[in-house]
Every structure is written in structure tokens, then in C-alpha cells.
Design a protein around this ligand. Sequence first.
Ligand code: GAL
Length: 654
Amino acid sequence: MQLGVCYYPEQWPRDMWADDAKRMVELGITHVRIAEFAWSRMEPRTGEYEWQWLDEAVETLASAGLKLVLGTPTASPPRWLIDAHPDVLPVRADGTRWNFGSRRHYDISSETYRRECLRIVDVMAARYGQHPSIVAWQTDNELGCHETVPSYSPAALERFQKWLKQRYETIASLNDVWGNVFWSMEYPSFESIGLPNLTPTDANPIHLLDFRRFMSDEVSSFHREQIDVLRAHAPNADLLHNFMGFFTTFDHYDFAKDNAIDVATWDSYPIARTESIALPEEQKARYARTAHPDVSAFDHDRYRAIGGGRFWVMEQQAGPVNWAPWNPVPAKGMVRLWAYEAFAHGAELVSYFRWRQCPYAQEQMHSGLNLPNNELSPGGLEVQQAAREIANSAALSTLGAPVRAAVAILFDYETQWMFEIQRHGKTFDYQTLVFDYYESLRELGLDVDIVSSRADLSGYRLIVVPSLAVIDDTLVAQIERSDAQWVFGPRSGSKTEAFAIPGNLPPGALQRVLPMQVLEVESLRPSLTPALSVGGANGTAIYWREHVRANGATRVVAQFDDEWPAILTHGKVRYLAAWLSHELHRTVLEQAARDAGLETQLLADGLRIRRRGDLTFAFNFGAQQVQAPAPANAVFVLGQAGLNTGDVCVWKDA
Ligand code: GAL
């Protein structure tokens, strides 16, 4: 369990640096990330480099014994670069360009910008690549943040046309696959295809989808270009990018493939995230100061898979932040709790944003480990406590590997894009549906891996697919070979790769293992609530329901009050023909877990548990005191079973 911090030496007088470094070490910090926004100080004028300050910052931190993560500065192109190349500014969907004056003001498809990035990255990596204390490099920062991807620029258009040509080869084939006969949308050539913005009504969904696929590839290739330069200069460092929570603009599995990263790192702001995602108001209110108990865990579990087992938290919330609709101070204990939570889910390092609150500019209302006057903040004091606890405990300082869970949830980026392009009902959001299933499994005390539909799923005992727009033969073959229980949610198999309805109706290829057909679908306004009961739990469909027909040996095991089938089973495969109210999801998943031979336990409200190595961690996010479900002979290595709000305990089974 290692702790880190994000530090911006360029924002502070030089005579503070040595003391900062010393105090970081005293606090128990081992890693510092620097430099990711410092381009204007590295190269104040085109081609004029100033490295002396960065040399000194690196040496000051390194000689205090700290390990460094260096960020490439490409998230904040300096003014002179924009003046020389105004077409580097990204273009919004309404056709206007973003201005200089904050950050991320660049067009990811701009070849000029890519060239400029490679130049600065090359010079920087040549200078610092072999430094023994620089253990990792981060490319850019939070690619895609601030809605600067997609960019609707002329450069994007040109590269999109090339991308389409590569994918479809002939314009006749593209017209055919896209179904452009509809509304006379046929194109005479690839050069005549535009970007899918500024159309009077919906653009063709496959046009939108291909543009999103293309943009996802643009993000990956932007990162990959920098990685190739960094690998050449810094062959021994871990290379990484820091991703965001609940963020689906690009396909992170694709991004990470072919060793494009050595470790996945992400930025965890649990309270701000709880405020900004689509949760019921009642939950936002209940968890306003602790964050929803699954909101960080969800991305810990997702990024563990994206990093091939290795993940860090690059930026951890250390107190109130500045960017959510409301920004409360976390409940006492939460900053400490979030660190243990990340470690329980397998993090190697938890690094805080930021060392000291900056009293000027955009983030002056954002806390850090120190107040602007350099006193440890309340969050900083909690980090100090956690660091001491870890240092004083053999069990906590040498954690075992993250355990492979018995349960997998499949998460798929293209499904998110497809159902955003064609929501069909304004409350249908795929990621929210996945989160509801995840929450259900976690409330049952289960550990979960979140993986790609292309992952090898053998070994899992319960595989949960809240939805998957395209079901291909490879996945069906995995189901045929598997002896796990499988649960599929609505809209699974509802589309082809080309964004059309499968010829044999949804769920498409899934019918090979689950004979059934979806005849009609409906999105549900709040007043439409088809009711049902499952295993003693009563609830309704919300947001989405399908009218389905069971074929062959498929059984209908639950139906709605108007007699449409709700849950169908065929051997080990279940299908839920609706988005069900939360308790019903949990009940169905509990039944599936039982059929898979897994033990479940409904945890107290706000309580969560997670196993790592031979330890079990328990966390209380709820308002009431709760008892962690430790066995009578458990040996506690931290805390005890009675947990107040914000408390953590950790035990080993005797
Ligand atoms: C992250 C970003 C940081 C900082 C932080 C504030 O999204 O990477 O640079 O802005 O948010 O919470």
C-alpha cells in the first residue's frame, strides 16, 4: 500500500520545494506526480527550452527519497502555440471553436498538434528518461475531459474519411452497410461524407457510431504516439495514462491493448461523482458526505481489468472539490476510508490531488493535503493516520494480490455509445443499468470483476451481462463451453455491428443458447409501471420493457401483471426482459448466485466488504452504526467489527 501526491512546483516559490519534499516523506508519501500542465514553463517560446527549474524540482524531490511520475504537458498547449497554429483549437458540435484560457484546448485530430506534442515529449523524455528516480510517465491528462472529444474540425473530417475508406474499402459497401438508401442519404464518394453534426434531425445512427469508433481510435493513437517516444527513452519506467470515473467517450480496453499502458491509473472523486451521475435524489442526499458506497469501487474494479490486473489511483479526493453541482466537506474518516477501499480492490498506489490548495486561479476552491497556508488539512491529517497505520502493521504493508472474483460483470463501451445514440427513452442509460446490477451484487457481499465481453471468462461462476448491444459468435461459444450461470439484461443482442436489428430479431445470436425472441420494445414514462413479484420481492419495470416470446424449451419463470414474460431461463442462461426496480435486480442476482453455488449475505445499509489476499476489508458509508460480518474467531488487523460512519476494519479469518 503506497501513497502518492500530485505536486506543481511551478506554482510555488522555489524556497518551498525542499520543505515540501521533506514533509511529504514525513507524511508517508513515496510517489509524486509533477509537470503535466507545465508546458509554458518548459518552453516559454517556440523552440526555447528552459529545463533548469524542472531539473531542480526533480533533484529536490528525488534527493528527499521520493519516486517521481512525470506527466507530458500536452493537456495545456501554451499561448504561443495557439497563436502560431489557431487551427489547433478544437471544434464543438455547433461548429464554433473553443478558446484559449483554460486547458485541453486542442483538437485531437490536428496533425500540427500531434507533431508539436511529439517534439516536446521527445525533448523531455530524452532529458529525463534515464533518471533513476523517475519510475513512471503519464501521457497528457484525462484524455477526452471537458467534452473536447469529439472535435468536429476539418482535420477530424479528413481523418474520418480516411478511416471510413479503410473500414469499408468501397463507397458502395459503405452505402450498403449504412443503409443509405433510407432518406436518399447515398454518398458518391468517401470525400463527400461529412461529420454527423448540424443535421436537421438525427443523423444515421451508424454514421454517429462510426464517428464515435473513429474518435475512440483517435484518442488511442494520440496516446500511442507519445508512448512510442517514451518507451524509446525510458524503457524501464511504467508508462500510463490517468483515466476518469464513469467515463465512456473512448473504448478503454482498446486503448490499453498491445502494451499501450503498463498500469491503469484513474482519478477518484467519490463525492463529486456521486453528485454528478444519474442517481435518485434520495441516494444523493443520503450519501452526500460519504459518497455512494459503490461509486469508486465500480471504477476500481473496472480499471483493474483495464490495467491487466495493475491499477493506481492517480488523483484521490482529499477534501471538498470545486467542480460538482454541490461540493460538501467529506464526513470524518472518509479520506482515510477511500484509501483502504482502493487498496482492498487491488490498487498498488493511492495518490492524492493535490499537495497544497492553490490560492489563485481556477482550482482555488479545491482542497489538498495542505491548506493554502501550509497546515495539514483535515484530509491531510487522515492520510497521515492511514500512513502510520499501514507502516505499523505487517499485514497491511505487505498485502496479497487482488483475488479473482467469482462473479464477472461485462462492461462494453460500444453498448454505451449505441444506447446513447438511440436511447429510445430518455431515462435509459446503459452505464446506470450496469451500476444498478453492480450495486446489487455488492449489497449481497460479493466481490466483482468488471471485464470486457472479449475477455476469457472461464473460471467465473456467475457472469452478469446487464446488457450487450451486439452478441457475437465468440461470446455464444464461451457460453456454450461454460458451466457458469449467465444473466442477461434487456437490449442484449438487439443490434448488429452495423447498428441494425438482427434478422432473426433480438437477442440475435443469443438465441442459440436461449431460444426466445423480442417482438416489441417500449420505454416507460414514470407513470407506466408494469408490476411483478420475484421470490417474495415486489417491484415494477422502470424505464424499459420488452414484449418477448419464449421459444423451444425456454421457461418463463416470472411474468408481469399484464402477463408478458419478465424473466426467462434456459439451462444456465437467464434473461430479464426489462429494467427492473432495484430490489428485483438484487433478488434475481441472488437466485443466480445461489444456482452458481455462491454464498451471499445481504449487508447492512451502507456497509460494503472486499477481500484481498487473506484479508477482508469492511467499510461503513451509511449513517448508522453497523456490525461488519466478521466470523467469531476473526483476527482484526485494523479496527473492530462495530463500524461508525466512515469507519474501516480489516480482518483475517482465523
Ligand atoms: C482532475 C484533473 C486535475 C484537477 C482535478 C480537480 O480531473 O486531472 O488536474 O483538475 O480534476 O478535481
